[in-house]
Ligand binder design. Structure first.
Ligand SMILES: Cc1ncc(COP(=O)(O)O)c(C=O)c1O
Length: 391
């Protein structure tokens, strides 16, 4: 975000945002597709020979999806709804990796009929279910086992997924039972890969390194029994900085991440896969919202805007911080809470923060909201969903 002639501009091509508010009706998510392309290119370059499956739960806007497909991405999907959206946006079944702990019979049946590229299985009963359904359909399912290495990546507990008490993946002690199940369904299951995903907003990489070490051993052992094993999916989760603008440091973190992944896995001579979401799209998006009231109590000043936690839930759900700018540069600041219209005290975007001296009718821009923004939005309080605009 940058001010040029006192107006806020987004992305490396410095695209002005003010014109988007000309006929303003309700909050607007804006996505800079050039920025997304640039992020994808940077990641593809750092992770040479790694197939990137975009975790579309981060942002499933059709234009964003098409942009990433054209850039060369596959997609990591977690529901039949996401499979349909991916197919509608130009992805083919062979571009899709299907993750998620709760796949229903119907979803698995549809995925098998479509012959999608890979199903990342998250439990023994799920493996049994996929084997049975594939047998009934006369299909052979390409399976990756999502293993849970019990590693702490030091992130918010709600977005950690690689610990023993998380519902995700399977403990390493389950491997013998998984092998027995794969043999039982040798006609309908083909083990093609191992996968892991440790959680989101990974900024420190020690845990990731340790997880790869644990799983590479399992990979080598399992390959003796299952020579079809040929893929290693090291998940997504690379973090970004929300509390400051530091794209240079993020590029450094990306290079470090790539080094850990490639050093840890390259000698397995397998097909490497990754599932990034946030890193590709977060910075490219912003939420534009209009100030409705400035409300002062004896304790506080509130800037009440027309976007709410139903539009961007990250601050309420994860205590996430997003930098908030005034669309037009103001000369002064004030300390205030920026809150929405929703009838919950958790409906806030910032607390006791320095905010530009805005007044009723002005616009605020909540930055870095291209990931887990609109895709997590709801119509709670029967508020309309925001508009989405790609620039
Ligand atoms: C299985 C899986 N892969 C990839 C991702 C993407 O994570 P991120 O957006 O942090 O890269 C997620 C996020 O929850 C996930 O659950």
């Amino acid at each position: 975000m940058e001010y040029i002639n006192n107006e806020l501009h987004l992305g490396p091509k410095k695209k002005g945002l003010k014109s988007l508010t000309a006929n303003y009706m309700r909050p607007i998510y804006v996505y800079d597709l050039d920025f997304i392309r640039a992020r994808y290119a940077a990641m593809a370059q750092a992770l040479k020979n790694v197939r990137i499956f975009y975790a579309m739960k981060a942002n499933s806007n059709p234009e964003v999806m098409r942009c990433l497909k054209e850039a060369g991405a596959g997609a990591d999907v977690v529901s039949l709804g996401e499979i349909k959206r991916a197919l509608e946006s130009g992805f083919g079944p062979q571009d899709l990796v299907y993750s998620g702990v709760g796949k229903t019979r119907h979803e698995i049946t549809e995925a098998l009929k479509l012959e999608i590229y890979q199903i990342n299985v998250e439990s023994l009963p799920e493996l049994e279910r996929v084997g049975e359904i594939a047998r009934g359909l006369g299909k052979k399912a390409a399976i990756a086992l999502r293993l849970n290495p019990d590693i702490d990546i030091n992130t918010h507990p709600y977005i950690a997924t690689g610990l023993r008490d998380n519902k995700f993946g399977m403990e390493l002690s389950l491997v013998p039972a998984l092998e027995a199940c794969l043999k039982k369904y040798s006609d309908s299951l083909e083990l093609v890969g191992l996968s892991l995903h440790l959680g989101s907003m990974m900024i420190e990489l020690e845990g990731f390194k340790e997880a790869l070490q644990r799983l590479r051993k399992v990979y080598l052992e399992m390959q003796n029994e299952f020579p079809t094993l040929r893929r290693f999916d090291f998940g997504g989760g690379l973090g970004i900085f929300y509390d400051r603008v530091d794209l240079v440091k993020e590029q450094e973190l990306l290079r470090e991440y790539a080094k850990v992944a490639l050093d840890g896995l390259q000698d397995l001579n397998c097909e490497l896969q990754t599932e990034p979401g946030r890193w590709l799209v977060a910075h490219a998006g912003a939420l534009i919202t209009q100030v409705q009231y400035i409300k002062e109590t004896t304790q506080k000043k509130f800037v009440i805007v027309d976007a709410g936690m139903n539009h961007l839930i990250r601050p309420s759900l994860y205590e996430a911080k997003h930098l908030i700018y005034s669309l037009e540069k103001k000369s002064g600041d004030m300390v205030a809470d920026v809150v929405g219209p929703i009838c919950e005290s958790s409906d806030f975007f910032a607390k006791d923060s320095l905010v530009a001296q805005v007044k009723e009718g002005d616009f605020l821009v909540i930055s870095d909201s291209g990931a887990y923004g609109y895709s997590m939005a709801s119509t709670y309080n029967l508020q309309e969903l925001p508009l989405e605009v790609c620039i």
